[in-house]
Structures are given as C-alpha cells and as structure tokens.
Design a binder for this molecule. Sequence first.
Ligand code: PXL
Length: 284
Amino acid sequence: MTDVPLLPTAAPGSTPIRVMTIAGSDSGGGAGIQADLRTFALLGLHACVAVTAVTVQNSLGVSGFQEITPDVVAAQMRCVIDDIGIGAAKTGMLASAPIIDAVAAQCRESGLGRGSDVPLVVDPVCASMHGDPLLATEALDTLRDTLIPLATVVTPNLDEVRLITGIDVVDDATQRDAARVLHGLGAQWALVKGGHLRSSDRSTDLLYDGTEFHEFDHVRIDTPHDHGAGDTLAAAITAALAHSYSVPDAVAFAKSWVSKGLAAAYPLGAGHGPVNPLWRVSRP
Ligand code: PXL
C-alpha cells in the first residue's frame, strides 16, 4: 500500500520515542500543532506540545490570534523536557520576537538543537497560505539572529526565504544562493523548499550543509487542499531525526510522507482543505 518506509513503533506498553512541537494551534485542525500531532501520532511517536499562540481560523483564513506569554511557552518546554524527555523538537508559528527569544533561551538551557544530541527543526512560519501574518515583521531579526543559529535544519518556503534572506529565488542558482545564506546564518542544514519554482509538474527542494547540495525532486501534487503541508513536512523530518535518521534521509522520508498526504488531501469548508496524514490509516 505504501512506498513510504515505516518508522519503527514502540511495542504496546513500552514508552515510545518522544518529540515536542513548539507551535500555534489551528482551530480548523489542518495546520500548526494539529498537523504536527497527526503526523507524529501516525509515525508512532508520543508528541508533547508547547503552545505559542491560539489562532482563530477556518478553511478561509486566520481571523486573529492570541499569543501565549513567553514565560509560559518556555515553562511548557522546560517541564516536559525535564520530566518526559524528548528525542527531537520542531518549531512552527512563534508569533513574536519575545516568544522567539524565550524559545531560543530554553533551547540553549535544555540543550536542544545544533551541537547537541537533540535535533531542532526550525520551520520559520511567517504567514498562512492565505497571506495572513503569523509572525510580527519586527521579529524577523530575532528569528535570524537567535533561533536559526540553533537549528539542526531550517525549512523555509520561498516567501520565507525572501523575508529572511532578502533573496528572491527564481531559479536553480538563486535557490543555491539562498541555501548558502541560510547556512551562513548558523543553521547546520538549510532546506530551501522549491514549490513550483523550476517547473509546474515537479517540486525540487534543496538541502545544504555548507559542503554538499542534496536535491529532493518529486512529482508536484497539484491540489488546492495543501493547508499544513509545510508543517507536516517539518514534523515528518523531526520524527525521522528522532529515529536517528541522517538529515538527508529524514528529508527524503518526509518528502515522500507529505506527498502521500497531498495526494490524499480532502476538501474542508468553503476554502482550502488540509494535507492528509490520515492516508496511513485510510481504507485501501
Ligand atoms: O502552515 C503554517 C501554519 C503554522 N501554524 C499555524 C498556522 C499555519 C497556517 O495557517 O495557522 C498555527
């Protein structure tokens, strides 16, 4: 039924590998924390959560959000990491500079991210697919200076690349330039997601660690129901890293996982439906 390799799951009664998502809640259930939890659960992991913001949204867009105070975001991380322990973490919507600062400080204190044993995937969420802002504009400097240097992998799409690096990726060469700049900001690996950059029927993501470029090419699944695709990709990378995959293997795994989810995406409400990690447990 699947060409996506199965990640090993824990035997009943034994504690699964734990991961953490540090992200915003999507009331529509398609992106953010909800996308992460669906992917983590279906990949056999126990997922812990540090909520950064509660968004008010449906399939038509985000009408507002309430931030969680930075100290409560950091406290959620600390109390989980100190007791339950995690094998990898990811960040999604972080909303503001003070929340990014608090998350980065807690990552340093708890030994998450670059240079530690616990990988940190930074999905630098700036806006929803409808263009609704999910990160304050003035927080971009903080993202660049404090969180990206802690990233094991940073996973921007082309809009986020433009906001973070100022580079307008239009072709193969500028995609490489962007990966170099992101790596230069301190991320151990930069994954520049290509979307429909190079052709309308392929999607090519570029991964760079300062020495070698790795390309991940896949048939582009053309669907309006791709809400949460970036979150799902980053969550699947995090899951594979928690299982000790190398970063290139984790990206390859995640790309096939999200492609299956896009192929199984469903309509929801009057707008855009979500990428569907439930394909794993769907009827054949
Ligand atoms: O897909 C990016 C994203 C992340 N987190 C939250 C979101 C969205 C997109 O809408 O709402 C909470």
